[in-house]
Design a protein around this ligand. Structure first.
Ligand code: FAD
Length: 393
């Protein structure tokens, strides 16, 4: 009997504009040709050619994809989400590169920067010639960035930054770091963002080794030891924690689609595997237990994608609220990791092999579940929206 792909069963394609579908298909084809064949090796070696990939993705228009002007492609938010799903269907680390560059580093400059900062950095970042990172998390402050210890103090007209940042994607390959610090501004102490060229004296970055997740991504510690910056290094329009949080909201939007891309790749791999694998004289696909698992996973994948598309439409209409982003981030990450783990069971011993993408995706999704707000933090955000009571402390 005819076989349908999981998302085709939901008629998802019919919900997309021709343009969004075209972008998705082009991105998928390019990644399948140029990136997918190498990614398992990059993961195994924990070595990824970030600079080369950034140039390639810049040429494809994926960096700052839904931003307007300054060399950015200016697509719909939905198209950007669909591209994130394709990137993460290859590897969450590859999608992370694009998220951090476009939605965190570029978005911070695009939304909060001066015209000079935009002109200086955005066209080169959109082209993938300059790489950005985003330093918010510190060794002792992840879910609660308000506690950060990194300081920016005035010295004449200059700023001097001291502190450290931890778990920073692309930190040791970046040309520019967006660093969030507590400042002693004349109008009171508050969190401000700084555009820090990584060749500044006193700036250093150390790659974090030994990760068991997101191995095809560079993660680093940033050290700021008396980094002296001119007055105009500060992002003029960001004041307080709402600055970095609005950047995170942008990146989370990409994750809502992205994590489902990883789940889709697991499920497609697994459906094909169960059709080819004979157990007790018939294909694994022919067992009711297998079909129950496949049906339940397909249902969660499709429901997740429908929610993602709904949130994409809201974003395109300018109506997407941060609480709604939390709904999507929580759902996509939680269901994607559940799908990846269930798929792994169906592959048996092959499920633990790097020959198949499934455990790589499952391991990667552990990071995706944690960064950009853990599941628990998003549950608390949703809980507060429902009850009016903040339960964070
Ligand atoms: P903690 O905050 O210590 O959380 C530990 C546990 O406590 C979690 O289960 C959490 O859900 C729970 N918890 C927290 N608060 C509460 C509460 N109020 N009530 C109940 N439970 C709670 N950061 C950046 O700034 N830039 C980056 O580019 C970046 N890239 C990353 C890449 C990777 C691979 C990883 C793993 C992380 C990255 N991060 C980055 C950091 C990431 O955002 C943080 O790890 C995340 O915010 C969680 O913080 P934490 O690790 O300090 O965990």
């Amino acid at each position: 009997s005819p076989v349908q792909h999981p998302l085709d069963l939901f008629g998802i394609d019919g919900l997309l504009s021709d343009e969004d579908r075209g972008i998705r298909d082009t991105v998928r084809a390019r990644l399948d040709k140029d990136v997918r064949p190498h990614v398992a090796q990059w993961f195994e070696d924990a070595q990824v050619p970030v600079r080369e990939l950034a140039r390639q993705f810049g040429e494809m228009g994926l960096l700052g994809m839904h931003l307007e002007g300054y060399g950015c492609a200016g697509t719909s938010a939905t198209a950007y989400g669909l591209a994130c799903a394709e990137l993460e269907a290859v590897d969450s680390g590859i999608r992370s590169l694009v998220s951090v560059q476009g939605s965190l580093a570029m978005f911070a400059i695009w939304r909060f920067g001066s015209e000079e900062q935009k002109q200086e950095w955005l066209p080169r970042m959109a082209a993938g010639e300059a790489i950005g990172c985003f330093g918010l998390t510190e060794p002792d402050f992840g879910s609660n960035p308000a506690g950060m210890r990194t300081r920016a103090r005035r010295d004449g007209d200059d700023w001097v930054l001291d502190g450290s940042k931890m778990w920073i994607t692309n930190g040791s390959v970046a040309d520019v770091a967006i660093v969030w610090a507590r400042s002693d501004d004349s109008d009171g102490a508050t969190i401000r963002g700084f555009v820090v060229p990584t060749d500044s004296a006193g700036f250093s970055a150390n790659e974090i080794r030994g990760k068991l997740s997101l191995r095809a991504s560079v993660t680093s510690e940033l050290v700021l030891d008396g980094v002296r910056l001119p007055a105009d290094a500060m992002l003029p329009e960001a004041r307080g924690l709402s600055g970095p949080l609005s950047c995170l909201s942008e990146a989370r939007f990409g994750i809502i689609f992205g994590a489902l891309g990883a789940a889709r790749d697991c499920l497609e791999t697994t459906i094909a595997y169960t059709q080819g694998r004979e157990i007790f004289d018939k294909p694994l696909a022919a067992y009711q237990i297998t079909q129950t698992k496949l049906a339940d996973m397909t249902l969660e994948l499709g429901k997740g994608m429908l929610l993602a598309l709904h949130l994409g439409r809201l974003k395109d209409a300018g109506d997407l609220a941060p609480d709604q982003v939390s709904l999507g981030k929580l759902n996509s990450c939680r269901e994607a990791i559940a799908i990846a783990r269930e798929c792994r069971t169906l592959l048996g011993a092959n499920g633990i092999s790097g020959e198949y993408p499934v455990l790589r995706h499952a391991n990667n999704l552990e990071s995706v579940l944690t960064y950009e707000g853990t599941s628990e933090v998003h549950q608390l955000v949703i809980g507060q929206a429902l009850t009016g009571v903040p339960a964070f402390r």
